[in-house]
Design a binder for this molecule. Structure first.
Ligand SMILES: [Zn+2]
Length: 172
């Protein structure tokens, strides 16, 4: 687990009441704004995540479960136009006083900072090959990869990697 960046905006939640009453659950909903919700090629719209979480204390630990809703702002890989991709990863994460590296998150006293967990689960949902529409044919006025010509001997429906096109010149 990475250390929070200096100045990174936390999402602090006090859980004293839960720790005092094991088994008690508390809903945690609403919008939170995080920082650094971007990776190469995309960013989360408005840096905002909408929480539908439940917090519960179990044996001195806090279990956080539910869904996190967010929207990726990406470029269509075919036409490079804007694409908005909603994601809603399910989370079941544990916060504890002595967190296991990479597996659980810290519970410091009676407070948890949800920001590192939220950032992690949301960034993991980055779509690898966003397209604006299944029928997107590439940039307007021209085809990015050329027409998907059906070649002899090639199984229909197999998408050829355009990088292989350069090798076609060497075919006998
Ligand atoms: Zn497109």
């Amino acid at each position: 687990m990475s250390e929070p960046r200096p100045g990174a905006r936390p999402v602090l939640v006090t859980v004293a009441d839960l720790l005092a009453t094991p088994g008690r659950r508390r809903e945690l909903t609403g919008r939170r704004v995080l920082e650094d919700l971007a990776v190469g090629g995309g960013a989360i719209a408005e840096d905002a995540v909408d929480l539908q979480l439940t917090l519960e204390a179990q044996a001195g630990r806090i279990i956080c479960s539910g869904e996190v809703h967010a929207r990726w702002e990406l470029e269509c890989r075919r036409c490079l136009g804007p694409v908005l991709v909603p994601v809603a990863p399910e989370v079941t994460e544990v916060f504890e006083p002595a967190p296991a590296e990479g597996e659980t998150f810290p519970l410091e006293g009676e407070v948890v900072d949800l920001a590192p967990m939220l950032r992690e689960v949301v960034l993991l949902t980055l779509p690898l090959a966003p397209i604006c529409d299944e029928s997107c044919g590439g940039p307007a006025g021209g085809s990015y990869y050329g027409e998907p010509a059906a070649e002899e001997g090639e199984a229909p429906g197999v998408r050829r990697d355009p990088r292989w096109a350069a090798l076609d010149d060497f075919r006998p």
